[in-house]
Design a protein around this ligand. Sequence first.
Ligand code: IVH
Length: 701
Amino acid sequence: MAAKIPVEDLTQAQAKAELAMLAREIGAANLAYHQADDPEISDAEYDRLKARNSAIEARFPDLVRSDSPSLQVGAAPSEDFSRIKHSIPMLSLANGFEEEDITDFDERIRRFLNLPAGTSLTYTAEPKIDGLSLSIRYENGKLVQAATRGDGETGENVTANARTVDDIPATLEGAPEILEIRGEIYMSHEDFAGLNARQEEAGAKVFANPRNAAAGSLRQLDASVTKSRPLRFFAYAWGEVSEPLAQTQSGAIERMKELGFQTNPLMKTCVGPDDLISHYRTIENERAQLGYDIDGVVYKVDDLSLQSRLGFRSTTPRWAIAHKFSAERATTKIEAIEIQVGRTGALAPVARLTPVTVGGVVVSNATLHNADYIAGLDSKGNPIRDGRDIRVGDHVTVYRAGDVIPKIEDVDVTQRPAGSVPYEFPKTCPVCGSEVIREEGEAVHYCTGGLVCSAQAVEKLKHFVSRNALDIDGIGAKQVESFYGLGWISEPADIFQLRERYADDLLKLDRWGEKSVENLFRGIEERRTIELNRLIFGLGIRHTGEQAARLIARHYGSWTAFETAMEAARDHEGPEWEDLNAIDGVGPIMAASLVDFFHDAGNRAAVTRLIEQLDVQDVAAPSTDGSPIAGKTVVFTGTLERMTRAEAKARAETLGAKVSGSVSAKTDYVVAGPGAGSKEKKARDLGLEVLSEEEWLNLIG
Ligand code: IVH
């Protein structure tokens, strides 16, 4: 590299060019370090670039770029925004693809509400905008806070950025005292093309699609960058409100429009599923002319009192569904079939494809699910793709639906190369060589290597530190692989002993400077105090996802209570077992997996070692202020006349009660309808309070 011109001698033009280059280089170094977890330059070199950048800026203040590295706080935005806990979680939507999914949705709702046959429900139908959701809080008509969805419970604080968006009013006239407006940030096709052209010219990042451009533009540390980006916003929902906006969904949207928000002009109220599907067709036909991306149509029950009776499943409302458009497709060739071993030991076959663009995104891998899928069979052994199998060298159609990993739709056997042979699924683990088994009735092959299998161990550790689990700053996939390879970590507890055991060795490694080592240890120390749900999820127990972990954490409240219950339920019977199964969102398969995990001596020992390193925080019971049944255990028996069992259970849980299937001395209330039998008798024998449905409704108000 040519020797650097002293800053004092730079001309204006040279300074401008060099600042652009520095912004690119430092930006790339940040990305490599923080997002790809793969630092490309030493800390010292990084510091030199930053210092040079600052010196030039000091001499030419007019040339400071909006994307200047000195305006950014080093890391990837996600870690640099403060967090905001949503007062009401930001949920996602269940998806439907076929018309049948929509008629089922309507039927499910009518059944849940016990509506007489023949009654039709009114819904709203509106485009599903392909952007990112945002919650904007107004207090006394003033914008006070804006947050991204994040994990649904906690989002990123993007208040300053949201204020720069034209579609978002800074003040509202005549709004409720507290009002959280929720909707979608998006970018139009035209603005997206213009932005990318400018980015390209400036040698900056070009975005893959409008959604990424919108997300990248909103999540900027420097709000002036957001301001320079053409973001738009549609309002379609709300969070906390001090008084209801209206009595219907459509009325609430109308109210938002009056308050000055953009609402989607294609929203319409529809009666019954046929009407919904007909509006879906209309929107589908207009899709290409809209000028912004949409990926389906959202249906919502119009009557808000019915919405509240319907309530929520763990992550989605019962009263809404997204009817997705069918996916985008392209044809390409299978270069190879590889097997990835996951943290549970599941062998996942992946197709390596000749890269192809599908709906604006370059696709080079597709999931092949399992051996049956490759062979052309579904989980019940029935043919899929008319029984056509998938082979290396095959020409295939791939499709993408939303953000999910691309899938293979079909194989063009007419183009199959001569001499091609069916794919043979490995009989031993490609990583550790242990035997591979497939259990009766299961589609998936598993490696039997357990902790011996380095792939499983490494994947478990990666999962443990990942964003939705322990979320340890400074340690990601790359670091886990490297520390594992060095023999420094083989189970989660080891991570918390890195400092004590390897602080000096770490400094001797390539690419680790004082600063990055310090960051790593700070990241680890910060997560010694950990929320119970993150810990449960982080253990990586099969079938126990993030949402389930949250429900379980909320149910047990503390690590000790949880662990004791798992221990007590080890034989898959007894009150603790039933209690676990009664958690809404925990099914028998998950329950068995949880209990068996703790029953395994190796797991128990590893968990004990981990807990010694941690301070696990208890979970406060959900706020059910003023609820007369918060914390109580309720059993429903017999027929209910005013609502369905499902609705009664959902209501009770919303009010903070536990609903159990069996009566015991721990039961607080038994609600008995006509036809109640042994449970009611047992309750009376135990001297428990037995309520009629009427009395129950009076109790809960
Ligand atoms: S309603 C409680 N309406 O879709 C449900 N969501 O898959 C609140 N989205 O996270 C969401 N357009 O980001 C709703 N018209 C619309 C939408 C919409 C796009 C997004 C939203 C949500 C995701 C769920």
